[in-house]
Design a protein around this ligand. Structure first.
Ligand code: SF4
Length: 446
């Protein structure tokens, strides 16, 4: 503790943000609100008067990580408020860490801000500290997550998010576009559209129409993409399901208006397993759809995640998934071993897969995809790609092309390019590839 709440300097709040990009956006909103009230944000434990821990409670391993992070914050600072997904289980938190000051759940912005007020009253004049119009962000200055909705109408049997976050609530399209516009004006070069189910955007509002400048826009996936395409920044779509209406945005990708990149969490390929998972769009002809998209937009990059060892998954189901993977030729793929989540309906399904079988299948899956990924990246040698720089150090610059999302996909390394800056967009000739990353050099006019 360095500053008492009654001291003259602004009260300082530290934050530890765990979990998915959606939780990161929640943290940004909380910080924006606190900053508007005159709080300062401390980058270290010892500079903070109170520490907020935004937790994840999706898997047991994430819960443990959250409990460990709370423990560390208590040890390092002592005054800790917990929020986020694990906040729906206050007993679990208080049992392990009885000293926490308050516990609030996900999206309880009012409650978490009020818990901060109780622990650390705001300075008298909230207008002395101005917040930049785009709000405060935890991502680097050149990219930002754009959250378009909360909750989910699907009921995948391995997931408890709908019970934590409720049914789908889409943000009004004008509010999303206004935020996107402010971010673009503030210098953001890449917007990452996120939600639990991006392709379902607006279903809950019956695709409500609103006026945006001189035109009417619907709260709908296609309208959102069309309008974001006017902002002259990279637009990347995450958490899209392969419904037929997704076809409508492929022309925008083919014309270079939004990035030809789709993050589709397929999770499995076997119809039996998909049915047991109750996955959205499980009945759609996914391989046909992918083929059609690639005909229209040949450079489309597809990334996905899969689960192996779901209850009832047989060797034949698993082999079906490997064969599907060979056919689909996805660019970037993550794979998780199935883990039971407290409260998820899948726990009651018969046919639990032994841990060693899960492990063995996971290894085979990763080997298969590694070869696919290496081959696909190798084909890019000789291409010229626009690369957005994320980091620069004494060895050179690290960036990403349209085919790599931050944090989850690979990188493009530019050895020796030490004069570039994060946020620069440069044309790069790709010279080398391995299973995950690319290397190249910047094209310069001579
Ligand atoms: S789509 Fe399925 S996995 Fe994703 S949040 Fe909704 S219920 Fe959970």
């Amino acid at each position: 503790m360095t500053t008492s709440p009654a001291s003259k300097s602004a009260p300082k709040v530290g934050i530890v943000s765990l979990g998915c990009p959606k939780a990161l956006v929640d943290s940004e909103r909380i910080l924006t609100r606190l900053r508007a009230e005159g709080y300062e944000i401390s980058p270290s434990y010892d500079g903070a008067d109170v520490v907020l821990v935004n937790t994840c409670g999706f898997l047991d391993s994430a819960k443990q990580e959250s409990l460990d992070a709370i423990g560390e914050a208590i040890k390092e600072n002592g005054r800790v408020i917990v929020t986020g997904c694990l906040g729906v289980e206050p007993d679990v938190i208080r049992k392990t860490h009885p000293g926490v000051l308050a516990v609030t759940g996900p999206h309880q912005y009012e409650q978490v801000v009020s818990a901060v007020h109780d622990a650390l009253p705001p300075k008298h004049d909230p207008f002395t500290d101005l917040v930049p119009p785009e709000g405060l962000r935890l991502t680097p200055r050149h990219y930002a997550y754009l959250k378009i909705s909360e909750g989910c109408n699907n009921r995948c049997t391995f997931c408890i998010i709908p019970s934590i976050r409720g049914d789908l609530v889409s943000r009004p399209i004008t509010s999303v576009l206004r935020e996107a516009e402010k971010l673009a004006v503030a210098g953001v070069k890449e917007l990452l559209v996120i939600s639990q189910d991006t392709s379902a955007y607006g279903v809950d509002t019956k695709y409500k129409e609103e006026m945006w400048y001189d035109r009417s826009v619907r709260t709908r996936f296609l309208d959102l993409c069309t309008e974001l395409a006017n902002l002259d920044v990279w637009v990347r779509l995450h958490y899209v399901y392969p419904y037929p209406h997704v076809d409508e945005v492929i022309p925008l990708m083919a014309e270079g208006k939004i990035l030809p990149y789709l993050d589709i969490p397929f999770q499995h390929a076997s119809p039996t397993v998909l049915k047991a998972m109750r996955r959205p769009a499980a009945q759609e002809k996914q391989l046909d759809r992918i083929r059609k998209w690639r005909e229209e937009c040949p450079h489309l990059a597809l990334r996905s995640t899969f689960i192996t060892g779901f209850p009832g998954e047989t060797e034949a189901d698993f082999q079906f998934m490997l064969d599907w993977l060979q056919e689909a030729q996805l660019d970037r793929v993550g794979c998780f071993k199935y883990e039971a989540v407290d409260g998820a309906p899948a726990n009651a399904l018969p046919g639990a897969v032994p841990e060693e079988v899960k492990q063995e299948r996971w290894e085979r899956f990763m080997e298969t995809q590694k070869a696919i990924s290496a081959e696909r990246l190798q084909k890019k040698v000789g291409w010229t790609l626009g690369v957005l720089i994320d980091e620069v150090d004494e060895d050179g610059a690290i960036g990403r092309s349209y085919a790599e999302a931050p944090e989850i996909d690979g990188n493009v390394f530019l050895n020796g390019e030490t004069s570039l800056k994060p946020g620069d967009l440069v044309d790069v000739t790709i010279e080398h590839a391995d299973e995950y990353d690319l290397w190249g050099s910047v094209e310069r006019d001579v």
